[in-house]
Design a protein around this ligand. Sequence first.
Ligand code: AMP
Length: 176
Amino acid sequence: MAASAPVDIRDWIRDIPDFPKPGILFKDITPLLGHPEAFQASIDRLEAEYAGKGIDVIAAAEARGFIFGAPLALRIGAGFVPIRKPGKLPYATIAQEYALEYGNDRLEVHSDALGPGKKVLLIDDVLATGGTMCACRDLVKSTGADLVACAFVIELSFLGGRPKLEPCDVFSLITY
Ligand code: AMP
């Protein structure tokens, strides 16, 4: 019997025009998450990239970063560290402010979660303008941890996030 064709995870990303506001083409990952072979293929490809690289911790910002970060952490034998919006983490935190289109926002991580000697991989579902991941990068670096790479399922290259993350290594499964 012939082997079935490998799943193309691109087929499981749905475009939603004008969400959450006019002019934004939202990349909806929920079809991928709902299709076990596609979801597994995305984690397989991330595992192939990062297994055996000595990564101690995967850190990810809420909420969609958690969806890919936690299963990948289990696959590669790393811990998982949540990066959260203000006031959500119960223990002492360190914070990073970042600029939004209008105003500022803030991300927090537990003060004992990262630090010198820890090799960290950051992950998120989508790299758009890069603002969120730049804040995560700055947060990780402020702890003295060693940031190995920033990984994404989807990169919207026309929004220019990748150059903002340089010289950090950037990896994405799908680029538009
Ligand atoms: P940015 O900070 O601009 O790189 O935006 C990154 C965050 O916003 C990611 O965590 C994504 O989940 C979300 N995001 C931004 N743009 C999109 C888009 N077009 N489709 C889906 N999610 C997006």
